[in-house]
Ligand binder design. Sequence first.
Ligand SMILES: CC(C)(COP(=O)(O)OP(=O)(O)OC[C@H]1O[C@@H](n2cnc3c(N)ncnc32)[C@H](O)[C@@H]1OP(=O)(O)O)[C@@H](O)C(=O)NCCC(=O)NCCS
Length: 171
Amino acid sequence: MQEIKLKKPTKEHRKEAVSYIEELQPNLAGTSSLEMYLTKYELWLKKLKKEENEKTVPKNRVVASTYFVMIDKKIIGMLNIRHDLNEYLFNEGGHMGYSIRPSFRRKGYATKTLQLGLEKCKKIGLENVLITCLRENKASRRVILKNGGVLENEIIGSDGNVMQRYWIKSN
Ligand SMILES: CC(C)(COP(=O)(O)OP(=O)(O)OC[C@H]1O[C@@H](n2cnc3c(N)ncnc32)[C@H](O)[C@@H]1OP(=O)(O)O)[C@@H](O)C(=O)NCCC(=O)NCCS
């Protein structure tokens, strides 16, 4: 496994970002809606900037930070950290969402990404971090368990699927 870094998206990442989404299709979880902005990438960057500041975040959203998971100049994953929980996030979404490029899967990168995400959570003052995953998503469940996740419960999500809710201490 190579060293990974979390980087805030910038204009320079546009081409790599498009190729990331192309490889991820059709399973588009953990992308901060990037797929909807491929032809208007700079608008996506503006959206992320607004969401990161409590003064500008839209009223129905919580403050959130999005990162590309990078090996040198290659995007191999994405991570989104919600700084707070609204009702939906408390029940279903959790504090973090992530994805890894299919050609980089099963190498430990998501496990490391979640670990780096937990360090970010600690820095923003989140001690107890909620991570959720569909019960059928074995890979995500392993990633959560390997980072110390403790299952609180299973619920039926708004799409009718069984969702597991795990808590992880960030320190
Ligand atoms: C879930 C996801 C992020 C895992 O990424 P990854 O980099 O392959 O994960 P890791 O390499 O860190 O693997 C962690 C564990 O999951 C296991 N795993 C990975 N893929 C698996 C699969 N398809 N089936 C079963 N187990 C799997 C690994 O074997 C490893 O467990 P182990 O150490 O006990 O062997 C990736 O599959 C993905 O991007 N999925 C689509 C988006 C998504 O579901 N995001 C999570 C919800 S927001």
